[in-house]
Design a protein around this ligand. Structure first.
Ligand SMILES: [Fe+2]
Ligand SMILES: [Fe+2]
Length: 275
């Protein structure tokens, strides 16, 4: 299921690592939006800058926090900021898809993409109310659907921002984009097939395939980032955007490891029960 469905809950726990990761991501989103707006959109540019300041302040405050108890006191404030930013992103998306803003460099799909990331962060923060997962498999599969779509989008953004002369890199990103589209469709099949049950061996094999593809994608992003920094590939991709999408790929790899550990634990419990 998609992240906007009310029943969808991220598998990852609410902790300092997640909050620090996403606050930096939110701060960078406000910068990307600001840089991509047409210069006559002064109100939206000002608002984007205000969000940048809000998330920069929250990031600094959370960096000083050393324990989960102190973090919990800040969650309410972070939820308000993320909710406001989500509404701003959706408002901007509506302006773009109805052509009430023309020009600039913000693809509508990019704004939709970063609004999905804000919703995902919001749902992690809302785990403060209830951390119990009745059916972990539902969260595990939804986590795959969410991240595989994010990864497929990144490849489409990279492909769309490359200079048309960069045919080889374009072909590589296009082939990887097709691969991640297929993986995302496969994850959606598991979404209904495994609903309210438990991971099976076929899903285990799928997770290995996802992890291998993610290692390949991370390598592609690392290389792309180096080439962009050295100005050895022509594109409209700022180095910070290349760094941003590479960090998101690394984060998904960490989550895949968490999922793998959970599946190993389930497997062990099954063996103990059978013995
Ligand atoms: Fe992002
Ligand atoms: Fe992203």
């Amino acid at each position: 299921m998609d992240i906007f469905c009310s029943e969808v809950q991220p598998f990852v726990p609410l902790n300092l690592h997640e909050v620090r990761f996403w606050l930096r991501i939110m701060k960078e989103h406000s910068l990307f939006i600001k840089l991509g707006l047409p210069c006559d959109q002064t109100d939206l540019i000002r608002e984007a800058q205000e969000f940048y300041n809000v998330f920069e302040d929250l990031e600094k405050t959370v960096c000083r926090v050393s324990c989960e108890t102190d973090l919990k006191r800040l969650i309410g404030k972070i939820i308000v900021a993320v909710k406001n930013f989500f509404c701003y992103k959706r408002h901007l998306l509506h302006l773009l898809i109805e052509c009430r803003i023309r020009g600039g460099a913000n693809y509508p799909l990019l704004i939709d993409h970063i609004s999905r990331e804000a919703m995902y962060f919001l749902k992690i923060l809302e785990k403060i109310k209830c951390d119990e997962m009745e059916y972990p498999v539902d969260s595990i599969v939804s986590e795959n659907v969410f991240w595989l779509r994010i990864m497929a989008d990144h490849l489409k953004f990279i492909r769309g921002l490359l200079d048309p002369s960069e045919r080889e890199v374009w072909n590589t990103s296009n082939a990887l984009s097709d691969k991640f589209d297929q993986l995302q469709l496969h994850a959606r099949d598991f979404d209904s097939m495994l609903w309210h049950i438990r991971p099976n061996n076929d899903f285990s094999r799928f997770e290995t395939e996802v992890t291998n593809s993610m290692v390949e994608l991370r390598e592609f992003k690392v290389t792309a980032e180096e080439l962009i920094k050295e100005c050895a590939v022509l594109s409209l991709i700022p180095p910070l955007l290349a760094d941003h999408v590479r960090r998101e790929a690394e984060h998904f790899l960490e989550i895949l490891e968490l999922i793998q550990n959970e599946m190993d634990d389930c497997h062990q419990q099954k063996i103990v029960c059978c013995d």
